[in-house]
Ligand binder design. Sequence first.
Ligand code: ATP
Length: 390
Amino acid sequence: MAEVILENVCKVFAGNVKAVDDVSLAIADREFIVLVGPSGCGKSTTLRMVAGLEDISAGTIRIGDRVVNNIAPKDRNIAMVFQNYALYPHMTVYKNMAFGLMLRRQHGFWDNLLWALFAPGKFRAARAERRQIDQKVRDAAKMLGIENLLERRPKALSGGQRQRVAVGRAIVREPKAYLFDEPLSNLDAKLRIEMRAEIKKLHRRVQTTTIYVTHDQEEAMTLGDRVVVMKDGLVQQVATPFEVYERPVNRFVAGFVGTPPMNFLEGRLLQENGRLYFDEGDNRLPVADVHRARLESRTDGPIVVGVRPEMLSPAGNSSSGAVLKARVAVVEPLGDRMDVHVGTSRHPHITCRVDARQTIREGESTTFAVEMDRVHFFEPGPMGRNITLG
Ligand code: ATP
């Protein structure tokens, strides 16, 4: 077990493609950290540099107390689980799991009956080592519920079972850190959720530093002690899932995290009769007292308000407080909740997530109460800073 430290790490590929731009991260011993971001943001390249599968263009990576920049992958004492599992097709599950350990045996050379006659001490040491490996493989198989599959070959396994074998192969190594690169991408939705829970349980059990890469924000939020949101090779925010959701540093993070995504309404702030309002075009929403001090000086330019779908609820007949009047385009039932897609003349795509027992009809104009103390205000532009955080 070990901490993993990245200091000002960069990766520039041939053709001057800057895949990773000055990333610094301190991953604590035993922490589960998830790198998340859209395709091409540099998360896999970052992971591959930690694994040693890509050279580092600039910066330093430490695993435990060792700088590993120039250390070969096999000597970094980390275990990686890939999206495509990378199992050996001609080997049984048992051999797939034992293979890495067998290669690294200290006394492997003496593991031959001949040596029982000529060097019995060395032969006994080799056999003891083999028994230890056997025990590790069986313990890991038990932990993952695949004891009954040890004699099968990968082609006779389901996707989920193959994934378990790939994880098992990593566990037996007892590495300093686990690196997972989109390990659940090839599984169907139900199995993904099951395996996600298993990976989390496993981490609680083995307590080993884990770096996990995914493009799926829900997976990131459910798994990570902390998540690292990346875009264009840059780290946007490193924080707990709660913090990233509740206190996104900019509009990109706010829009990336959460399903359905946050609604962004562009407009202006205006003062009237001593009150501050956000003017969306068709609607004026009073700014909550908690945000007032930070926003009062911003009445001269455009501003963006971020409203999560669950912050909008049918207002009934109430016309007081913060109310958004909009036309209902589509209602999508989801069981206990429903997504209601509404629009105003300036903002035709606003999503509200509401209780399914509400009666809302497509085509009607209706009012939604806005929880103004929970919304966020951003500077204009796709990367606009969250002003409400100060
Ligand atoms: P995905 O989720 O699609 O795998 P990612 O966030 O993991 O995306 P990377 O694979 O790290 O992204 O790639 C980051 C950037 O570096 C991309 O623009 C990609 O095209 C580029 N890149 C990756 N590998 C190479 C390479 N070997 N040569 C040149 N450019 C590369």
